[in-house]
Design a protein. Structure first.
Length: 262
């Protein structure tokens, strides 16, 4: 009897140890990747596609964004890879793009010097290169045109910082840093993959340009009405009801998208 109880105790102890290892293994496993695919439209007409993918790493996130637009007056492609901290702070970003067959390459990363911490940004476009040092803000999102991944990061920073003290790194001309103002509007309704969903509505003002952001219950980007008038990013499978106004056609399509840099 004593031997049977001893064996039972050993078996029970082994089970607890095994269960504990399972729990520890589960807790140590990285969160699942976040991804999204979007249609780029102008005045309701599809003109391209865009996507993003976030993969957790031991040091934060690796993110990629892709965009492709082909229409009269504008041929645009974007490929961006970046490394983010666990708090979605920028650690490094590399961008390659073409705007109407003109190539653009951008590399940016924080740089610490004896004087201050800065963001070092190198831009190569139209055969010319420039290096700029910008003020470094912890909660700053690298924001090229037509990039749903950047807007997803902006939404995450908004939640973490209560929509305050957020900045945008704009990779145009020599590069600039602009304050972001986020205003919350009443929730709306929509469907995602045919199922009803509550839609949060934010308006982001960046350097005087306005972007309407629509996100889901998990703060995932569903739709963005872009400052390039008439352009929108709409997640595949999502329908906003009633749909947001598409806006008027832009006067100069190439200039609206950024003729020199994305």
């Amino acid at each position: 009897m004593h031997t049977l109880l001893h064996r039972s105790a050993l078996l029970f102890g082994s089970f607890l140890l095994f269960a504990g290892l399972l729990v520890l293994g589960s807790a140590a496993s990285p969160a699942s990747a976040q991804a999204g695919s979007f249609i780029v439209s102008q005045n309701g007409k599809p003109v391209g596609t865009a996507s993003f993918n976030f993969v957790p790493t031991p040091h934060g996130y690796d993110s990629t964004s892709l965009a492709r637009i082909a229409m009269q007056g504008l041929n645009y492609s974007l490929s961006k890879t970046e490394k983010l901290s666990p708090a979605n702070h920028l650690r490094h970003v590399q961008l390659s793009a073409t705007v109407n067959n003109s190539a653009v390459n951008v590399v940016a990363a924080p740089e610490s010097t004896a004087a201050a911490a800065q963001l070092l940004i190198n831009i190569s476009a139209n055969g010319k290169s420039s290096t700029t040092r910008l003020a470094l803000h912890p909660a700053a999102v690298f924001l090229p045109d037509f990039d749903p991944g950047a807007l997803e990061t902006l939404l995450a920073l908004g939640v973490a910082r209560n929509n305050r003290d957020i900045w945008a790194i704009v990779p145009k001309q020599a590069g600039s840093v602009e304050p972001v103002t986020l205003a919350t509007y009443a929730d709306e309704q929509g469907t995602l993959d045919g199922k009803p969903v509550v839609v949060h509505h934010l308006i982001a003002t960046i350097g005087g340009a306005v972007t309407d952001l629509f996100s889901g219950p998990e703060n995932q980007l569903l739709q963005a009405e872009l400052p390039q008038r008439g352009f929108a990013l709409v997640r595949k499978g999502f329908v906003l009801t009633p749909s947001a106004s598409p806006g008027a056609p832009p006067a100069q399509q190439g200039q609206a998208a950024g003729s020199h840099t994305p």
